[in-house]
Every structure is written in structure tokens, then in C-alpha cells.
Design a protein around this ligand. Structure first.
Ligand code: FAD
Length: 537
């Protein structure tokens, strides 16, 4: 028998936890998370949550800043809706007990100002906002009797009426989920299913994202028949530590802000040649300049040098960075820091409306997995956690009003034609190959030639992974690889479709901005459909 719930939520980051808590008093929830509940990009968020919380600030100013960053591609209604609901969403977190940092005199919450924001409006919990929010919400979710949590369970694919040949109108009925420990795939049926699976940074060799960010929700939704949008807009953080044992450690912008200089291995500065603001140019420009120098000289990394400041200054201003680098054998008071740009945020995703509804009835997508149109062609800092909160709450309100529908019997996962994989190296090799060519060909600066090379390789790997998926029992790594490959194809396809440079998408072949801003919308169809499900039905 399939396990039945009112609502299935796939993902336990801020989006998934918000939705779960909003629904749990009235619905039986199944919350599936492929690692532990706390293992998410949300936990890693440092800066904070943008919202209009100060008298000097205004909704219109926040909207204006968001639209400016989005380079003509933000959906204006969605932007207004998210920003207008910011204050109440933050208040909900405060009511749940999240302890945000207060002013020194304790009179009010301390708000920081980040790049692109015209006002102080980022509420935070020191430099570990995500952890504070995730811990508080995680505890509430664990304590709620109506929430069944399945940790170390990874969703493989959605179950829909179209896949079951039940109706022409596509409706979501639940999902197949792999219990990673036992290797068994279970069937979960639900009135509504929500994808809250986060971003897809692991498509790239270098990323600030945690290992869970493999674009699973985007790939599952696409395979099930949803449109995806704006996948070419991947935000790169300019400076991530380059070290074999330091996965995804961010070297914050404040190091450049306090005088850090970017240098080539021979000690030459290069930023002044790229922008008159040199190291203080905007994130995209710095990331693009580093990428240019690395490709020009065939470098593995460049260096961020702060050694001209006194050791006391460095330790006082960057205690975490100093400590972490020292653990890895780099004393930043005497040596420059090896850095590379790294994929940070996916602006595109599953197309949804302002309630998180996708193209498939009873299927929702919220958080970084979704493309609501808020971020347009470039995300304004700290608007992403805000979006998780507001859309999590909006989806909950919609689900609570939905009528109950009859559920058909759901088929089991069919393993009769598959065997255990004999060589895991095939998966790890393909994974490494994919992430490397995505980095080199579909990274910060793109050309038609690089994109078509990437697409060619994706098609070759697709055939190999398809064969593997059809013949062997599914594993966590295979599921993630299959999804990464799918998402890579969607990114390349979208990048090829955009013949201009806008926001985060920069093409050497089309450096100009077209007069009209249009989103890239991919419609599922025979040509794009990658790696059909052989197991389920
Ligand atoms: C280092 C860093 C710093 C950041 N700082 C900020 C900031 O200061 N402010 C801001 O607004 N944004 C920030 N961001 C971006 C922000 O953290 C993310 O956009 C946001 O947390 C995404 O939340 P989410 O709930 O959509 O996904 P996530 O928090 O990534 O959660 C995804 C969840 O889905 C689960 N999952 C994924 N696939 C499956 C599957 N197949 N089956 C089961 N479970 C699955 C994962 O295990 C995880 O629980 C930062 C990001 C990073 C990486």
C-alpha cells in the first residue's frame, strides 16, 4: 500500500519548513528530506532577510531596488506581492522565537544594508541568520504531531495522472521516494505535493551551495510536464576559497570592502584594468573579471590579498575567515587567499503563480526551486529567504482552501527488470565531467561555441546515464546525477535561446541588451524530455 498523507512536502529548507508549519494544525504532512532536516542552503545563509521594517524605508523603494537588479525581467505584480508581505512574514519568524540581532541599546532590531539596497532593510541573526531560522523552525516541525519527517529519503520522481494514463489533464498524486539506508523505493500519495528542493549549484565545479543543491525539484517537475523559466540566470559569487579540502567556503565581500586586492599568481593586480572601481565593482563585474583572467592564463585560481593590513586588524575584522583558512594551512595575515568565483543562486526554476502553483494541478513549487519572476535576470541580495517565507505562506493559504479529491491506487516502483549497479565509478566520473564542462563552457562568460560544445557533451552523457538508469537499481548518486544532467540541459538550452547579455547572462557573441526584455520559457516536449522513468510505470 502507498503511504497516504494530506500534503507531501519535498525539502526541509526555509520554504519547506514554512509551508509545513503553516499547514500542520489542519493537515497530515509528510516532510521528506534527502539528508537531515537541517542540511539545506537555508542553514548556510549568512546575510539575512530583506524586508521593509524601518520608517525611513518604503515598499516602493524595495520594489525599485529589486526591479533594478532584475534588469527588466522581474514580474512586477509578483515583486509587489512578495515585498508587501515581507513584514508579516518576518513577524511570524519573530513570533516563533527566532532571535534576530538587536541594536546595541536593545531598542529595535538591527538592520544591515547590502549591495543594491537603497536602505537598511536586512534583518539578521549576527552572520548566521539561516542557522538561527532553520534551527527554530526545525525544532517546531519535529515537535508537531501532524508532521511525519522522513530524513535521508530522496524523492525520485513525481506520480501524475498523465504518467498513469488516467486523464488528459495532468494532476499530481504524490511521489516515489528512495529510503537511502534500505535502498527501497516507497510510494507516497498526497492530495497536494510541493517541491521545496532548493537550487542547483552542484551543476558547477565550484559552488557556494551545499551538496543537496542538485536541482532535483526542477528536473522532476520538468519530467512531469511543467514549464521552467529563466534557467540561464545563475548568480556567481566572485570569491569562494579555492582549496581541495574546503568545499564551498565563501570569502565574504567585506574582505574586498576593507581593502583586499585581487591578484594574479605573480602578484599583479588586475581589477583596475576591468573597472574603474577596481575590487569594489559589483559582484557580476568582479566575477567576470576573475573568470576572464583565469581563462586567459589557464589558471586554477586567483588570489585575494589582505596582508598589507595589520594582523590585529585582520583577526578583528574577519575572525571566521581567518580561523577557517588557518585550519587549512593558510595564514591570511601573511599569505594571499586563493579564490575562485562559484555558482551561488539559481534565479530560474519551475514556473509558478503567486500561490506557488505549477502547471500541474495539485503540484506546488516554492523557494529557490521555483521561478516566480521576483528575481528577474539577477537576484537582489537577501530577497531569496524572503521569497521562501512569503511563497511558503501563500501556498499554505491556497492548499488550506483546496477541495479533497479521490485518489486512485498508485502503482509500486517496479524493480523487476533492474539489478545492482556493478561500478559506481561510472557515476562519479560522469558527475565530475559534467560539473567541469559546465564550469568551463556555461559559466560566467558564454559564447555560442562553448554552449554548443556543452550541449553536445550533455547529449552523450544523457545516453550513458539513461542506459545506467534503465538497467540498475536507483541510488542517491544516480538520482542526483540524472537530475544534474537534466538541469544542465535546461540551463544550456535557455542560454542558447537568449541572444543578448542581460543581468547574469553574459555572452561574448551578443554583448548588447535587446530593447525588449523577455523571459526564457521552456515548454516540455519530446525534444527536451531526458531520461524517462523506466521504473515507476
Ligand atoms: C552560502 C550561502 C549564503 C546565502 N546567504 C543568503 C542570505 O543571506 N540571504 C538570502 O536571502 N539568501 C541567501 N542565500 C540563498 C538562500 O539561502 C537560498 O536561496 C534559500 O535558502 C533556498 O531555500 P529553499 O528552502 O528553497 O531550499 P534549501 O534551503 O536549499 O532546501 C532544500 C531542501 O530540499 C531537500 N531536497 C532536495 N532535493 C531533494 C529530493 N530529491 N528529495 C528530498 N529532499 C530533497 C534538501 O535536502 C533540503 O532540505 C545564500 C545561499 C548560500 C549557499
Amino acid at each position: 500500500m502507498a503511504q497516504q498523507f494530506d500534503t507531501l512536502i519535498i525539502g526541509s529548507g526555509l520554504a519547506g519548513l514554512t509551508l509545513a508549519l503553516q499547514l500542520a494544525d489542519q493537515k497530515k504532512i509528510c516532510l521528506v528530506s534527502k539528508r537531515e532536516v537541517s542540511d539545506s542552503a537555508s542553514s548556510w545563509a549568512q546575510g539575512g532577510i530583506a524586508a521593509v521594517l524601518n520608517h525611513d524605508d518604503s515598499i516602493d523603494a524595495h520594489i525599485k531596488d529589486t526591479l533594478m537588479a532584475g534588469a527588466g525581467l522581474c514580474n512586477k505584480d509578483m515583486t509587489r506581492m512578495v515585498i508587501e508581505h515581507g513584514r508579516e512574514a518576518v513577524q511570524w519568524l519573530i513570533d516563533l522565537g527566532v532571535e534576530f540581532t538587536r541594536e546595541a541599546d536593545d531598542s529595535k532590531y538591527h538592520l544591515t544594508r547590502e549591495g543594491g539596497h537603497s536602505h537598511r532593510r536586512v534583518i539578521h541573526a549576527a552572520d548566521a541568520t539561516g542557522k538561527a531560522v532553520q534551527n527554530t523552525l526545525g525544532q517546531k516541525v519535529r515537535a508537531h504531531p501532524n508532521i511525519t519527517i522522513l530524513e535521508n529519503h530522496i524523492a525520485v520522481d513525481l506520480i501524475t495522472t498523465t504518467k498513469l494514463n488516467k486523464t488528459k489533464k495532468n494532476k499530481c498524486l504524490g511521489a516515489y521516494v528512495l529510503d537511502i539506508a534500505s535502498g527501497k523505493v516507497i510510494t507516497i500519495g498526497a492530495q497536494q505535493t510541493t517541491l521545496a528542493t532548493g537550487g542547483a549549484g552542484k551543476v558547477y565545479l565550484y559552488t557556494t551551495n551545499p551538496d543537496i543543491s542538485t536541482g532535483d525539484g526542477i528536473a522532476m517537475a520538468w519530467r512531469a510536464g511543467c514549464r521552467v523559466s529563466n534557467m540561464e540566470f545563475v548568480q556567481f559569487h566572485p570569491t569562494c576559497l579555492f582549496h581541495p579540502h574546503a568545499k564551498s567556503f565563501l570569502i565574504s565581500e567585506i574582505v574586498r570592502g576593507e581593502g583586499g586586492l585581487l591578484k594574479l599568481p605573480d602578484g599583479t593586480r588586475f581589477m583596475p584594468q576591468h573597472d574603474e572601481r577596481a575590487e569594489l565593482a559589483s559582484r557580476d563585474i568582479v566575477a567576470r573579471a576573475i573568470d576572464f583572467e583565469m581563462k586567459r592564463l589557464g589558471l586554477d585560481c586567483v588570489y585575494l590579498d589582505i596582508t598589507h593590513k595589520s594582523p590585529t586588524f585582520i583577526k578583528e575584522h574577519f575572525p571566521t575567515i581567518h580561523k577557517r583558512c588557518l585550519e587549512l594551512g593558510i595564514d591570511i595575515t601573511t599569505s594571499p587567499i586563493p579564490v575562485v568565483p562559484a555558482a551561488h543562486y539559481s534565479c530560474g526554476g519551475v514556473m509558478t503563480d503567486n500561490k506557488g502553483q505549477t502547471d500541474i494541478e495539485n503540484l506546488y513549487a516554492i523557494g529557490e526551486t521555483a521561478c516566480t519572476g521576483l528575481h528577474g535576470a539577477n537576484r537582489l541580495a537577501s530577497n531569496s529567504l524572503l521569497e521562501c517565507l512569503v511563497l511558503g505562506r501563500a501556498a499554505a493559504a491556497h492548499i488550506l482552501k483546496a477541495k479533497t479529491h479521490a485518489m486512485p491506487d498508485l502503482p509500486y516502483w517496479d524493480e523487476s527488470r533492474v539489478t545492482d549497479a556493478d561500478e559506481e565509478v561510472l557515476i562519479t566520473h560522469t558527475w565530475n565531467e559534467l560539473r567541469r564542462f559546465m564550469w568551463n563552457y556555461v559559466g560566467i562568460v558564454r559564447t555560442d561555441k562553448r554552449l554548443s560544445r556543452a550541449m553536445h557533451r550533455i547529449h552523450m552523457l544523457r545516453d550513458e546515464v539513461h542506459e545506467f538508469y534503465s538497467n540498475f537499481r536507483v541510488s542517491n548518486n544516480l538520482i542526483e546525477l540524472r537530475n544534474l544532467l537534466q538541469v544542465s540541459e535546461l540551463i544550456v538550452k535557455s542560454a542558447m535561446a537568449r541572444q543578448e547579455s542581460r543581468g547574469l547572462h553574459y555572452s561574448k557573441d551578443y554583448p548588447e541588451l535587446l530593447p525588449e526584455a523577455k523571459p526564457t520559457i521552456l515548454e516540455p516536449g519530446a525534444n527536451y524530455s531526458l531520461l524517462d522513468n523506466k521504473h515507476g510505470h
